[in-house]
Design a protein around this ligand. Sequence first.
Ligand code: ATP
Ligand code: MG
Length: 394
Amino acid sequence: MEKVIIIRYGEIFLKGKNKKYFENLLEKNIANAIKKYDCRIEKSRTRHFVEGFREQDLDTILDTLTKVFGIHSMSVAYKMPTDITKVASLIINDLPDADTFRVTVKRADKTIPLTSTEIACEIGGDILKLNSNMTVDLHSPELVINVDIRENKISYIYFNTIKGLDGMPVGSAGKGMLLISGGIDSPVAGYRMAKRGMQICGIHFHSYPFTSHLAKQKVVDLSTIISEYCGDFNLFVMPFTKIQQSIHDFCREDFMITVMRMIMMEISETLAKRKNCGALLTGESLGQVASQTLESMTVSNSRIKDLPVLRPLIDMDKTEIIEISQKIKTFETSILPYEDCCTVFLPKNPVIKPKLATAVSEYNKIPNLADMIDECLNNIEIIKITNAKQDVII
Ligand code: ATP
Ligand code: MG
């Protein structure tokens, strides 16, 4: 009997006229995620099916699909031509171990003259005849045998449902430029925006040799982990050393971080527009550090002309952010000790409530800043981040 994976949608269901667009995008993302496996994707009115895979690939395909946004749930099902009299004999040897069971029938095929309950009784009775050790328990059975009878004379039988991530298909909500550091927060921010359907690309400010190659590698590693959810993307590594050195040389110590963040936002917006991004994304959370107070964020926003800055973690506690980073497996990499460019020149007492006028006057103290920004934008290292897992060849 053929095994298939049934894929059910999440919020796409709520979409009206353009539901087709979302379904097609989800199908494209599913196909892309599992392209290295020998299998095909079929579509019915409200579901997708993965079919024709090798049994040994099933677990890894399921694992991959649990990272695709837009999927509400999945079930591994036996697919068979609809024939109620044959269901019990076909599945009897494949039933999971259980003492008690219930049959639940969904009947989309209205040409069958029996009700769902009558069909369930028939199939349940046949199972009892074939396995006298099992008994029926309608209220809290150990095993639920789901029989889904479709209109096209095909039935699906399954015993379990695996939860998906929900969210919207990546690519359905525009593109955002994620300011990604090596910390805990920004990879989580990228994950959360991709969950709402946003395609991301990454920008990282690197201050070699103040920050090491290992610090950059850490950002590449974090990007690779989140690309399992967000899809492949470009990471733009910005040479920031010269600007950072100038901030250190010319600005008041307590305003160093404030000015640095103003410049980071300014450069990020310029690059974002060049790459057709409609928003900047950061991992900021209100009040987490001095640079994330309302006043500090107002100042760093002041250098941005057009794009919105989305801060998906703004209302979250660090513990909540850590919980997500553990779930998506970025945490272990994020806590590696390599320093970020934000930490190398960390002032002892950074200003917590910077005044915009003072910040602007500190910003204006940096000589040739416009040229240095141009130089930074003209010397970007582009790293292609891909989640393509390599096959292990034995
Ligand atoms: P994270 O854990 O993401 O590093 P954080 O708590 O360390 O955040 P900050 O260092 O103040 O906070 O950074 C705030 C946000 O600024 C980050 O979430 C990220 O979006 C951005 N950011 C910080 N450093 C960099 C960098 N070197 N390159 C790009 N973006 C950065
Ligand atoms: Mg940081």
